[in-house]
Design a protein around this ligand. Structure first.
Ligand SMILES: [Zn+2]
Length: 181
């Protein structure tokens, strides 16, 4: 079985804008910007044996604010620039009560089946509590990056930057002592 690093998309892999003190995902292709610092970080995770899979809640698909075509074009760019293994999307909003909208663990579990991932040995990297909670339920290790959206819930590790989160993930891989490829 493989091991995965699941990474929250907005804010870590691409930029977002702030609206009423909340991060807002890009709606138009023109405002979609990949975070350049993510390129070497994703590569170092893959070099260590991690599958790197982005996860994202995109309720704009349900509300109609975001078109599927626009999102597909953004994700083509993201896959190409970061060489990600996959991007898992929840298109629902809160009212849909789906099993995949984070903090629910559905995206992690679905990726686990699709990629034959050992969730117990996989990590979730995010600056938001919803990802740490999804990780807890799915049995992954959560690495939370300092932000205004950390929340009071459970997380396994807390670090100050995306770079430090990747360093932590690499150290976990080394201590697990398992040959992955
Ligand atoms: Zn969903």
């Amino acid at each position: 079985m493989r091991v995965a690093a699941f990474i929250e998309r907005d804010g870590l892999l691409n930029r977002f804008r702030m609206q009423h003190d909340l991060p807002v995902a890009p709606i138009q292709l023109e405002e979609f910007r990949v975070q350049p610092e993510a390129v070497p970080l994703v590569r170092s995770l893959q070099d260590a044996g991690y599958l790197v899979i982005a996860t994202t809640n995109q309720p704009g698909l349900t509300s109609g604010e975001l078109s599927r075509r626009e999102l597909d074009l953004m994700h083509e760019i993201l896959l190409k620039k970061l060489n990600l293994d996959d991007i898992m999307v929840c298109p629902h909003d809160e009212a849909d009560r789906c099993p995949c909208r984070k903090p629910k663990p559905g995206l992690l579990i679905e990726a686990g089946f699709k990629w034959h991932v050992d969730l117990d040995r996989s990590v979730v990297i995010s600056d938001k509590w919803q990802d740490a909670e999804a990780a807890r339920i799915a049995g992954c290790t959560s690495i939370l990056i300092d932000s205004p959206w950390n929340g009071p819930g459970h997380h396994d590790f807390q670090v100050s930057s995306f770079k430090a989160a990747v360093a932590k993930a690499l150290s976990l891989m080394n201590t697990s002592g398992v040959l992955l490829r």
